[in-house]
Design a protein around this ligand. Structure first.
Ligand code: DAK
Length: 257
């Protein structure tokens, strides 16, 4: 089964990508991320597409990277898989991307939403970086983008405790553009995409590039730093324990080793 569904012409000039691993709450495994990368490349090259919406389903946008796939990986395995080149494709997409988030947006799911250009949330959305509970830390921009979006003290609390933000809290903190009832979140995201699609595609591309420059000039150094530390987590026994405990549905016993 495809891990994503791509509808290039879902709406005039608007493409829709739906994450499609509902039983796993859209956990982002390597296959899903590779398909997402390829779809974004194709849609970016398609002149008929002017904006892209990425959505999950009502229960989950994405509950994070696939813990079962990562649980037994070493730091070197993670380094060699080099998932970052896949994630970087999302950042490199020239057309605007809107995340339509309902339900869980956790760990890599929250990072995926934040890597998009804008976020429309349903009232049931929850955002979080719970990696700390697995004995690791965010690895796909969470420490950098969340801090820029909601400020240091709130980001610190979320990253160090794994606490979630509700959709309303996320809106008040500036993490999301708008919160709407669950039955409207996809329509609202399509509407926002359509508003952008009515503008000059050239101006939109240049404007997106410029906003990103303001944002990225501080981000690159932070992302680099975060990546090294993320790999280092996979050298710890606590990572193995945290992920094993999740899979075995028990509380982890962290030893600081
Ligand atoms: N990975 C794998 N499976 C997951 C999953 C995940 N992240 N989240 C949920 N599932 C699976 C569950 O294991 C369960 O499978 P079965 O037991 O039915 O086989 C199924 O989805 C339904 O989940 P639950 O039964 O747990 O559903 P509940 O409603 O009770 O709880 C929950 C929902 C979202 C609160 C809970 O599932 C949960 O806590 N999930 C884990 C959330 C989490 O810790 N996320 C962070 C993962 S670490 C990187 C890029 C990104 C990342 C790392 C590297 N590079 C570029 C290198 C990101 C890391 C992460 O995201």
């Amino acid at each position: 089964m495809d891990s994503i569904l791509v509808r290039p012409h879902f709406h005039p000039h608007i493409a829709l990508i739906q994450l499609n691993r509902p039983k796993e709450l859209n956990a982002l495994n390597l296959q899903l991320m590779a398909q997402l990368r390829d779809a974004l490349r194709q849609l970016d090259a398609d002149d008929a597409v002017r904006a892209i919406v990425i959505a999950g389903n009502e229960r989950a946008f994405a509950a994070g990277a696939d813990i079962k796939e990562m649980a037994n990986k070493s730091a070197i395995d993670m380094f060699l898989i080099d998932q970052f080149s896949t994630w970087d494709q999302i950042r490199k997409t020239k057309k605007p991307i809107i995340a339509a988030v309902s339900g869980f947006a956790l760990g890599g799911g929250c990072e995926l939403a934040m890597t998009c250009d804008m976020i429309i949330a349903s009232e049931t959305a929850v955002f979080g970086q719970p990696e700390i509970k697995l004995g690791i830390m965010p690895g796909a921009g969470g420490t950098q983008r969340l801090t820029r979006a909601i400020g240091k003290v709130k980001a610190m609390e979320m990253v160090l405790t794994g606490k979630y933000l509700t959709a309303r809290e996320a809106e008040q903190s500036g993490l999301v553009n708008k919160v709407v009832p669950v039955e409207l979140y996809l329509d609202e995201a399509i509407q926002l995409a359509s508003d952008i699609a009515a503008m000059s595609p050239v101006a939109v591309r240049l404007a997106k590039e410029s906003v990103n420059l303001a944002y990225d000039s501080l981000l690159n150094e932070g992302l680099h730093f975060e990546r090294k530390n993320f790999y280092l987590c996979f050298a710890s026994q606590d990572q193995l324990e945290g992920m094993a405990a999740f899979i075995e549905k028990r509380q982890p016993q962290f030893k600081g080793k």
